[in-house]
Write a protein that binds this ligand. Structure first.
Ligand code: GRF
Length: 209
């Protein structure tokens, strides 16, 4: 069974959507470990409530970013994690972690990539004046929000939207497409071909070969 590790810094609503989907039996996986770089992150409480191991790993306790990432990697390796989910993890992973887990790290970003990477994408969308925004689940690569796209969902930007109202509309979609992307991965239905992620039909799954 697929073993999932989660990296998160904050409230953890995306993490929760994955937990719920696993509980409903939609995703055949076990969430082995949640790691946060913030001691007080709500995601840690949420995880423990569900009996999932959850730890705070202090980036300040490591001498470099690479060492911190080695620490993360070691924790996930100890648990035999096959897929790492970044769910509101407010750090960029550098080459070490990406190289080691390439094609097995996903991220969710609240914009229709490649538009509005980085911080405050909902504000960026409003400031730019786009009429549609949304969210993207992608495999992580060395760049910021640049890896191969797995799924996207669009939402309208409405007259009078604030950052908060737009973020809320997008978040509802995040909670649908992130579990779906994980489900596809767990079924062996995602095939990375350069920048493109091919979504296979169940009959084409490499697990069935
Ligand atoms: C989400 O909007 C996600 O797309 C972004 O950070 C936010 C995290 O929210 N990367 P939550 O912690 O999952 O509630």
């Amino acid at each position: 069974m697929l073993k999932i590790g989660v990296l998160a810094s904050g409230r953890g609503s995306n993490f929760q959507s994955i937990v719920d989907s696993v509980k409903r039996g939609e995703i055949e996986a076990r969430i082995e470990l949640v790691i946060s770089d913030k001691r007080k992150a709500m995601v840690l409480k949420r995880a423990r409530k569900h009996g999932i191991d959850a730890i705070f790993l202090d980036p300040g306790g490591f001498s470099s970013r690479e060492d911190f990432e080695k620490g993360l990697s070691q924790k996930f390796d100890e648990k035999g994690v096959d897929l790492v989910l970044m769910a509101g993890f407010m750090r960029i992973l550098s080459t070490y972690f990406i190289k080691k887990h390439r094609g097995r790290i996903m991220n969710i970003h609240p914009s229709l990539l490649p538009a509005f990477t980085g911080l405050k994408p909902q504000k960026q969308a409003l400031d730019y004046g786009v009429k549609l925004s949304g969210c993207t689940v992608h495999f992580a690569d060395e760049g910021m929000d640049t890896g191969p796209i797995i799924l996207q969902a669009a939402v309208p930007v409405r007259e009078g939207d604030t950052e908060e109202t737009l973020a809320e509309r997008i978040l509802k979609e995040e909670h649908l497409i992130y579990p779906e992307a994980v489900r596809l991965f767990s079924r062996g239905l995602l095939k990375i071909e350069g920048r493109r992620v091919k979504i296979l039909k169940e009959t084409e799954s490499e697990d069935n070969e």
